[in-house]
Design a protein around this ligand. Structure first.
Ligand code: Q9C
Ligand code: ZN
Length: 341
């Protein structure tokens, strides 16, 4: 299958993030994509192609326009105050306040985020934007008839909601791809999120809609980030009721447990009449991931890909998390190889 990739991902490399109460070097770093690309090339997965230009309009089909404009212009506002450190928010609207977007950049940062886990640097927007074009290029290849394509996106996207960033994510690439399929004429699309963390952003974007079925397998929010969403009783709302399925699993879950959740998710996916599948491909489910608590082994990703392929639907794989940098390439590409076998 084709892999879409842009070198511009390098333009997003923040300094530090908060982990266990300490500022530490970021886990979501450029070498992640380098390792995946190296593995794609080592196994001859297929051609590696640069993105085509789709512009910003497809992003504003799933995100608030004002939020995308904020991302694009945030650094300029920050730098105008003489600031040179990475941008991080420091205040959020609590419960029972009427949240209005403030004028100053610190207020805006909190308004357009749900945590302090998505730092912005001077050149982050260029990387974020390039990642979205990578995703759209993979979608276009599949819409044009390819059985599957791999969007090697960085930074990841599934924590980004309609109008907020967080958890290393800014633009929800998987949601952009799903919407592009619909805008191309499809009537139903599945987003299958296999990242260790709940895809809260994707859930937010499609929660009230029946045209995108969202399925997410992840660490139980009672103990795992993003802490407040991902419960099994979040089933969608209004017209979207029944089109959201969460599979929270306990810490320590291995393939025997995890694959049962996938089996059920695929059963739901097969029965919904979808015309395409978007896989939010996080491999932070790996046993040696430094920030996650599942126990998948590298061979398990081959089975995962094989099971997803059995749906028999056009499929776009969108890179999400995975922080065991040494093995991220093996694990991500094993999923794709398993799909193809
Ligand atoms: N001690 C993605 O995988 N920090 N984002 C968790 C654990 C945030 C993960 C802290 C993790 C964000 C795309
Ligand atoms: Zn994750």
């Amino acid at each position: 299958m084709k892999t879409f990739y842009s070198e511009d991902h390098r333009l997003h490399h923040a300094n530090a993030e908060l982990n266990d109460g300490q500022l530490v070097p970021v886990f979501e770093k450029p070498s992640r994509a380098d390792m995946v690309l190296a593995r794609v090339e080592a196994v001859n997965l297929g051609p590696v192609l640069p993105p085509e230009a789709f512009g910003i309009a497809p992003l504003k089909r799933v995100h608030a326009g004002e939020y995308i404009d904020f991302l694009a212009g945030a650094w300029a506002e920050w730098a105008a105050l003489g600031r040179t450190n990475d941008m991080l928010p420091l205040a959020w609207p609590p419960r029972r306040v009427q949240a209005r977007c403030p004028k100053d950049i610190d207020g805006k940062l909190g308004y357009y985020s749900f945590d302090a886990g998505a730092p912005l640097t001077a050149t982050s927007w260029q990387a974020i934007y390039a990642g979205s074009q990578v995703a759209l290029s993979a979608q276009a290849a599949v819409a044009a008839g390819d059985r599957a394509a791999f969007a090697l996106c960085r930074p990841p996207g599934h924590h980004a909601g309609i109008d907020y960033m967080g958890g290393y994510c800014y633009v929800n690439n998987a949601a952009v791809v799903a919407q592009a399929f619909l805008d191309g004429g499809m009537r139903k699309v599945v987003v299958l999120d296999v990242d260790y963390h709940h895809g809260n952003g994707t859930q937010d974007i499609f929660y009230q809609r029946p045209d995108v079925l969202f399925l997410s397998i992840h660490g139980d929010p009672q103990t795992e980030y993003p802490c407040y969403t991902g419960y099994a009783d979040e089933r969608g709302e209004g017209a979207g009721l029944g089109y959201n399925h969460n599979y929270p699993l306990p810490v320590g879950s291995d393939w025997s447990v995890w694959s049962q959740a996938l089996q059920d998710a695929l059963r739901v996916a097969a029965g919904c009449g979808a015309e395409a599948v978007v896989v939010s491909l996080g491999v932070d489910t790996f046993a040696d991931d430094p920030i996650s608590q599942f126990k998948l082994r590298s061979d398990d990703y081959l089975r995962m890909g094989e099971m997803i392929a059995a749906l028999g639907l056009p499929t776009v794989f969108v890179m999400e998390g995975g922080y065991a940098v040494e093995e991220i390439g093996i694990n991500a590409v094993n999923t794709l190889l398993g799909f193809e076998q």
